[in-house]
Design a protein around this ligand. Structure first.
Ligand SMILES: CC(C)(COP(=O)(O)OP(=O)(O)OC[C@H]1O[C@@H](n2cnc3c(N)ncnc32)[C@H](O)[C@@H]1OP(=O)(O)O)[C@@H](O)C(=O)NCCC(=O)NCCS
Length: 158
């Protein structure tokens, strides 16, 4: 899976997406350090232990570099940045029964906005799975010769 480059100076506006999701009962916000257990549990049961471990680094950043989506006070999605490498976005995921509602896009743009606030002009999406999702939502482009990237010689499956 290749790494992708995203121009952070051309991100679409986040607030209209947040307002639209809010109207359907979904909140997208930065996680809090005291929420690490429910966030990890969501990621472990829907994705992998390795992803839950990876986001734990973001929970220790100040500000926390983990965004979550919630409905009825339960986690339904997440997106993180600056966990494994500086300027990197990911991992990210939305519960399978909540996909296709704009939640992944809002989480992506919130997290990329966090990278822009740190001063970066470009972000790297590490080992992008659904490349089309990133090319369509934020105009990401494939970084040539970016495989294998940072996720090599792994102890656990991603
Ligand atoms: C990728 C993922 C986070 C997208 O979440 P989502 O909430 O379904 O995405 P959205 O509803 O915000 O989709 C936004 C747009 O991207 C498109 N899109 C969503 N998933 C896509 C995919 N896998 N491939 C191509 N396009 C996709 C949608 O059709 C939508 O287009 P539209 O605005 O024209 O309607 C979700 O499918 C997921 O959790 N996948 C499994 C984990 C994963 O692969 N994470 C990424 C690791 S790099």
């Amino acid at each position: 899976m290749p790494d992708l480059l995203v121009n952070l100076l051309k991100l679409p506006p986040l607030q209209p997406m947040l307002d639209e999701l809010n109207a359907t009962g979904v909140t997208v916000r930065r996680a809090q350090p005291f929420e690490i257990t429910p966030v990890r549990q969501f990621i472990e049961s829907n994705f992998s232990v390795a992803w839950a471990d990876e986001i734990s680094a973001g929970m220790a950043n100040k500000p926390v570099t983990v965004f979550i989506a919630t409905r009825n006070r339960a986690v339904i999605g997440f997106a993180v940045y600056e966990c494994t490498r500086k300027a990197f976005f990911g991992p990210a995921g939305v519960a399978s029964d909540e996909r296709g509602r704009g939640i992944g896009k809002a989480l992506l743009i919130a997290a990329l906005g966090g990278l822009r606030e740190l001063g970066y002009a470009y972000a790297i999406i590490g080992a992008a799975g659904p490349v089309e999702f990133y090319t369509e939502t934020v105009g990401a482009t494939i970084i040539p010769d970016s495989e294998p990237g940072i996720y090599t010689d792994l102890l656990t499956s991603q």
